[in-house]
Design a protein around this ligand. Structure first.
Ligand code: ATP
Length: 499
């Protein structure tokens, strides 16, 4: 199904491989006319719900959340202080035969294995030596990634019986081809200015969050919000992922929607639950099936470097077609304690404290961070909305929620006649100020319906000869293909209710 979705995306102009004509580049994608519309609709909905019309607190008062757009390149010391320069790495191994590089922790997902050294499909395994296993385990612990639990379990079971753990080298049948794991920093380096020297090295941001932390004082001093409050940002992030894969799911350039919620340390647990509930509702509002959504609380071994005192992260996950029996992360709702602000205070020497006017107390606020991927949201919406149905002319349709559909209505003159086209044009002109509307007069009506099913247009309005006599049109529903005859004078109100 993933390949069906990827080919639909290319064919209809949602997503293209970047630099296509030069053979593309792994992990980079371009959003075509429909893709950018869908992405912007999701982005705008998030911004509206978080910044312009934030949720209500438990007393019914709106939360205070301020917007920000920080630059992609920050002072290199930002990444020293945040821990990214030293910690933001994946443990990697190379296959000596195929020269393919893998993330060591991801190879572990191929376990468990059979005692004869093959997996269920009869594939052979490469071997790590014991020293390497320890090495991987240590690195995994440090980077707090998701496979640890599973990996360690197998690691222990295996070590009982032999000195080796068998790990699949997925692209070769030889054994013993994998090198020892090495840490690989995921930040993209660049140089600032014309002089090439050590000092000119800078990084493309691997997350938007740090841009928020380093502006905490600026926002506090200029807008003077009271705690609790949030700062939100949407923007590009870059990670030199070892194995970009699953279409746009793991890209090297992607977009994040991040909120840093600043509150006092003793309210933080309550706020984490608040944001988990809120974000869950948001994903469901995007139209994702509840049954495909999962909440995963990180185990203590997985806690990230900033999570102390047993506080952790809860992920919201979605069952993508490539998730197998499991789920894949859409969003993490992390308790970052006061880690980031304290680090920046230490590193910059600039106080990052909040003064509570009532108690006259100064403290560094704690942070809850709902951090989600915008481009991952696009993929989740595309996967969730792809409905196979033999009755539809293309054999499927995209059931995208009308509020985020790239096109809301298509106006289709049935025959080429000046009278019909005049009526269709005037309907189009009437609607285009209110919704994103397409006017399409080429191809057979069947093909036009099929195309609009494929791109998820919720309603098609067809004008025919009867329209001239009766002043009415056909409105076709994308999902049910049901056609209603509606008076032109009622059309605006009819669509308003549906959309
Ligand atoms: P993963 O374990 O999948 O590498 P992560 O836990 O490192 O992800 P975070 O650092 O918490 O991810 O990033 C927050 C969000 O940003 C993720 O939930 C995801 O939606 C998105 N994201 C992270 N990395 C990528 C990527 N390479 N491509 C697309 N989206 C991403």
């Amino acid at each position: 199904m993933m390949s069906d979705i990827a080919s639909l995306c290319k064919r209809r102009g949602f997503i293209f491989q970047t630099s296509d004509i030069y053979g593309g580049m792994n992990g980079f994608w371009d959003y075509g006319p429909l893709g950018v519309a869908l992405k912007n609709n999701i982005r705008d909905l998030w911004w509206h719900r978080i910044v312009e019309c934030p949720p209500l607190d438990k007393n019914g008062n709106p939360l205070r959340i301020l917007g920000l757009d920080s630059s992609i390149i920050q002072h290199p010391l930002v990444w020293e202080a945040s821990g990214h320069t030293s910690n933001f790495s994946d443990p990697m191994v190379d296959c000596r035969v195929t020269k393919i590089r893998y993330r060591a922790d991801q190879l572990a997902v191929y376990l468990p294995i059979k005692s004869d050294g093959t997996d269920a499909d009869g594939k052979a395994f490469a071997f790590f030596e014991e020293e390497d296993i320890q090495n991987i385990a240590d690195k995994l612990k440090k980077c707090g990634r998701r496979k640890i639990e599973e990996f360690r379990r197998v690691l222990l079971t295996d070590l009982d019986t032999s000195q080796y753990i068998r790990v699949v080298a997925p692209d070769t049948t030889d054994v013993g081809t994998l090198t020892s794991p090495k840490a690989f920093n995921l930040m993209f380096e660049t140089r600032v200015g014309a002089v090439v020297e050590e000092k000119s090295v800078a990084y493309l941001r691997p997350e938007t969050a740090q841009g928020i932390f380093v502006n905490f004082k600026n926002v506090l001093d200029s807008v003077r919000p009271k705690i609790p409050f949030g700062i939100a940002q949407i923007g590009k992030a870059f990670r030199n992922e070892v194995t970009p894969r699953n279409f746009i799911f793991r890209s090297r350039e992607f977009e994040q929607m991040e909120l840093e919620w600043f509150c006092s340390g003793n309210e933080v647990a309550e706020w984490q639950e608040f944001w988990l509930d809120n974000r869950l509702c948001w994903w469901k509002d995007l139209g994702l099936d509840s049954a495909r959504i999962n909440i995963r609380r990180h185990s203590p071994e997985e806690l990230a470097h900033y999570a102390r005192n047993g506080h952790g992260t809860t992920d919201i996950e979605y069952k993508f077609p490539f998730s197998g029996n499991g789920f894949s992360e859409l969003e993490g709702i992390a308790h970052r304690c006061d880690y980031d602000l304290a680090q920046h205070q230490k590193s910059s020497g600039v106080k990052q404290e909040y003064l509570d006017q009532a108690s006259n107390e100064r403290f560094i606020p704690h942070v809850i961070e709902p951090s989600s991927g915008l481009t991952r949201a696009v993929l989740a919406v595309l996967c969730n909305s792809y409905c196979k149905d033999k009755a539809h002319p293309s054999g499927f349709f995209l059931n995208i929620a009308p509020r985020i559909a790239p096109t809301k209505v298509a106006v289709l003159p049935l025959q080429s006649s000046v009278e019909i086209e005049n009526v269709a044009r005037s309907i189009f002109n009437e609607l285009r100020g209110k919704y994103i509307v397409a006017y399409e007069d080429r191809q057979s009506i069947g093909k036009r319906y099929a195309k609009n099913d494929e791109i998820g247009t919720p309603y098609c309005v067809t004008v025919d000869f009867d329209s001239l006599k009766n002043m009415d049109v056909t409105v076709r529903d994308r999902n049910t293909m049901k056609q209603d005859r509606i008076g032109i004078s009622h059309l605006g109100e009819y669509l308003r209710q549906l959309l």
